[in-house]
Design a protein around this ligand. Structure first.
Ligand SMILES: [Fe+2]
Ligand SMILES: [Fe+2]
Length: 176
């Protein structure tokens, strides 16, 4: 089983060698991959006859992840005057979620992984907000960190509605 600490360690390692431009190039595509995973989760949840609100949440998170990808792409193009190039490091969020999807019946596990990855995304935006020298971009990164937190809370709410208790030890520490 994946656990958040391991995900975060891998993630910090990936990020520590990257500057803002590198993180942005990485995460633009990370958000798009995450969106695809959420579309697949919505489909799977529908097939399994899971609650409509869960399916709706997966769809909303897919749409918002796409929007995040677009927002980051705009910042990137405005700042660097070129199209972002895909960099060859694994997309931890999307990869972990894809692994969880291989066992789609295990909804508590899928929800746990999704919640963990939202916290990872929140952390990434906080890091971008810390290192950027662009005040406008900082505002956007802070806003996106808040949005990722609401994604975490929405998933947690869905889990609660289904009577699933998800324990994430790092969650409290991730709170502002
Ligand atoms: Fe996102
Ligand atoms: Fe998210």
């Amino acid at each position: 089983m994946e656990d958040l600490e391991k995900v975060l360690v891998d993630f910090e390692r990936t990020l520590s060698g990257l500057d803002e431009k590198g993180i942005l190039s990485y995460w633009i595509f990370g958000e798009y991959e995450e969106a695809e995973i959420y579309w697949k989760l919505a489909e799977t949840a529908e097939k399994l006859g899971l609650p409509a609100s869960l399916i709706g949440t997966f769809r909303d998170l897919a749409k918002e992840s796409e929007e995040h990808g677009d927002t980051l792409k705009r910042i990137y193009m405005r700042t660097y005057g070129e199209e972002p190039k895909k960099i060859d490091i694994p997309y931890i969020e999307a990869e972990v979620l894809a692994r969880a999807l291989k066992d789609p019946e295990n909804i508590p596990y899928v929800l746990k992984i999704a919640m963990e990855t939202e916290l990872v995304a929140k952390r990434l935006y906080e890091r971008l907000a810390e290192i950027t020298k662009d005040e406008n971009a900082r505002k956007v990164y802070k806003y996106l960190a808040d949005v990722e937190w609401t994604h975490y809370l929405r998933l947690k709410g869905e889990a609660g509605l289904m009577g699933i208790h998800v324990e994430i030890p790092m969650a409290e520490a991730a709170q502002y």
